[in-house]
Design a protein around this ligand. Structure first.
Ligand code: HEC
Length: 152
């Protein structure tokens, strides 16, 4: 019985070593910062940095275990998909889903449950919802004004 346990642990260990060879998930690229939205308040930015930036900005802080397959694959996937959906460092391009930001915090889909660093108290959550709404409202009216100006 004991031998079987050691054997199984040994196999798992060798598999974990082998899986490190896969090159995916170790690039850890942080592209240049382009433009952030004009935040309504420094507090909104502070909360967004804490709860969202690791997956939705070009300022991802890559933890040590993000070098360790298979965790690295999941982290890589999250950052890649997250940045594509909303990227707070690239507000100079169209952010189709940015308008959903406050709603995702309200429904507690964002930050994801498996991301404990982003955990917010209920006061912080309320402040973030209000702040994201205000920030994105400002940005939208600014874009509209710019478009009207271009038309003239
Ligand atoms: C651990 C990574 C991670 C963190 C932290 C995170 N997100 Fe996301 N976010 C994702 C991923 C991955 C998707 C794509 C989910 C999908 O399409 O299934 C996503 C999608 C979104 C979307 C697009 C709408 C949707 O539901 O697909 C919005 C808006 C969003 N996130 C806002 C936020 C905000 C605001 C925060 C901070 C309060 C945040 N996210 C924190 C990973 C993250």
């Amino acid at each position: 019985m004991r031998r079987r346990i050691w054997w199984t642990l040994g196999v798992i260990f060798v598999l974990l070593l082998l899986v490190q060879i896969v090159p995916y998930g170790r690039a850890h690229v942080n592209p240049p910062l382009r433009r952030e939205p004009s935040w309504d308040d420094p507090e909104t930015r502070r909360l967004t940095v804490r709860a969202c930036f690791d997956c939705h900005s070009n300022q991802t802080v890559w933890p040590w275990y993000s070098n360790l397959a298979p965790i690295s694959w999941l982290v890589q996937q999250d950052v890649q998909v997250g940045r594509r959906k909303v990227n707070f460092s690239e507000w100079d391009r169209r952010q189709e889903e940015a308008g959903e930001s406050a709603k995702t915090v309200e429904s507690r889909t964002m930050p994801p449950w498996y991301y404990p660093w982003g955990r917010l108290s209920s006061d912080e959550r309320a402040a973030l919802i209000r702040g994201l709404q205000a920030t994105i409202r400002n940005e939208t009216s600014r874009e509209q004004k710019a478009e009207e100006r271009d038309k003239r």
